[in-house]
Structures are given as structure tokens and as C-alpha cells.
Design a protein. Sequence first.
Length: 329
Amino acid sequence: MKAVYAAGVDYDDPLSVLGIGERPEPQAKPFWSTVRVHAATVNHHDVWSLQGVGLSAEATPMILGTDAAGVLEEDIPVRKGLKAGSEVVLYTFIGTDGAGVMPGERRTILSEKYAGTMAELTQVPSANVFAKPANLNLDEAAALGTSWLTAYSLVFTSANVKPGDTILVQGAGGGVSTAAIQLAHAAGLEVFVTSRNESKRVRALEIGADAAFEPGARLPRKVDAVIESVGAATWSHSVRSVRPGGTIAICGATTGDQPGAELTRVFFQDIRIQGNTMGSREDFARLLRFVEHADLHPVIDAAFALADARRAFARMIDGDVFGKVVLHI
């Protein structure tokens, strides 16, 4: 089958080890389901894998991809309504609760231990297969499994904000950031965002942000929580922008993970810092219901054919995106 995979690892030149070609089809195994993938999105995790972060050279070649939307290949007997031919989306965290794996297996994301989603066929534990929200097309649905699940968990679980609270989303434009803006707006939160790019600030306002600022700008008031995925470039601003007793919920560090910690401000103002990697299966189920009920649509920046995966990866690495980069499988 055709697939996009890490042929090796290279920290300095990740695109040099990006493979596009034939890989073996997955073999049937108990309590797992096979899905014919129609769309997957490119995530920072895919680039980190190419760089050897979380993926060793010994584990390559490894099919990349941490989310997907597609069509179920066979019935799932214990999941009412999920029959062969159903359009589905996938929860791709494996080993969080023992579904489909041996007891005690540490959690992984598809493309770390098990083959990822950037292939004509992929597999997940049957418990991880969900019906696609009826209001979304397959490109939009492909964004839910990584960026939107992460944003949902950041806002509603890690930050634990309530309607009427105010959040700051650092770095408007990325998949997690655009998702956080849309989800928070739909839930009745006041949303501030930052971006170096004026056009991205304008677009952030169009999808639900209440105010947009240049990085480091003084905000009208302190926020209840900060949604942080940028890292070193925005960390100091995040610490200074959150109210005493507020939360910084962090899921990534695209500009580096070694900022000045500003520990005095953190402990003196009782600031809570909460890390977040994707989210639980229960969060994913709630996210799908919320997206359908509120008729939310993930922002798609661009879509590429599988054969053009190198261009898709390069576009995301360059950082000049607003929303998600989709691969058509």
C-alpha cells in the first residue's frame, strides 16, 4: 500500500528521511479494526519523529501520522452503528487504558510503536474508532484526532476554565491554536490571541477571538488561563499575563523548551502550570459531540495529495500556515 513514512531519522534535515512509497498492509489482529484512510493531517509530532524525537532509528521505517478520517473496513460487533463502510475518525493514543494491548503497556501515539495513519490502510484498537461528526467533511474530521483533541483537553480539562472566563491563546495560526479559539468561543469564553502576523490576527478575529495582539503586548487585563504551545518565545509573556492563581496549560514548545522559568513569579502568584499531551478517549467522545452540536468546522490551510507529502511537510515546517495541512491518501 502507498504510505508516507520515516525512512530514518535526521535531526538537522528531517525532510531528507521522509519516504513516500510502498509499505506492507497491516495484518488483522484481535480487538483491532482496519480503516481505509481518506485524509490525515500533518502535525509537529510527525516532524519530531523524522528528527528522532520519540522515534529511534532502529524503529524505522515507520509510517507517520497521528490522526485520520476514513471508512471502516469491517463491522465492529460491539459498537452499535459502526459497520463496514461507515465514515469514522480515530482516537490514536494506544495503551492508555489497556484497550487492544497487553496490560501495563505504556501509552504511545500511533507512529511511535504502531504504524501511523499516513497510509491507505491503518489500524487502531476497535474502542478507538468513532463515527465521524455528520457536519464535517473528511478533511475537517481528520484534524480532530490530534490538534482539536489537544485543544479541547487544554481548555476544558487542563486549564479547567468556565464560560465567562478569559483565556490567552499564544501564537494564533497553528492547528491547536485555531482549534482552541473556536472551541473557547463556542463555549462562551472571552478569547485573546497573539501573533506576529497581522493577517493571522485578523483571521483569528474572524473565527472567534475577541481581541488580537502582537507578541508580548500588554493585555487589557490578566487572563484566567493561557493556552501555550509556542514555548521559549512566549513563555515570559504567558507568565506575566495570567492572573494570580491562574493556569498556564502547555502542550508544546515549537520555539524551544528552555525558557527562563520565572519561578519567583510562578510561586509568589500561585500560578499553576499543567502539561497536556492530546487527551483521553472520553474527551475525544465529548469533543465529537460538541463539534457536531455547535457546528464547528476546523480551519484547513491547504490540502495535498500523498505524492506531494514533502510539500505538505515543508509548508508546516516553514510555519506560514493558518489551520491544518491535510494529506489526501
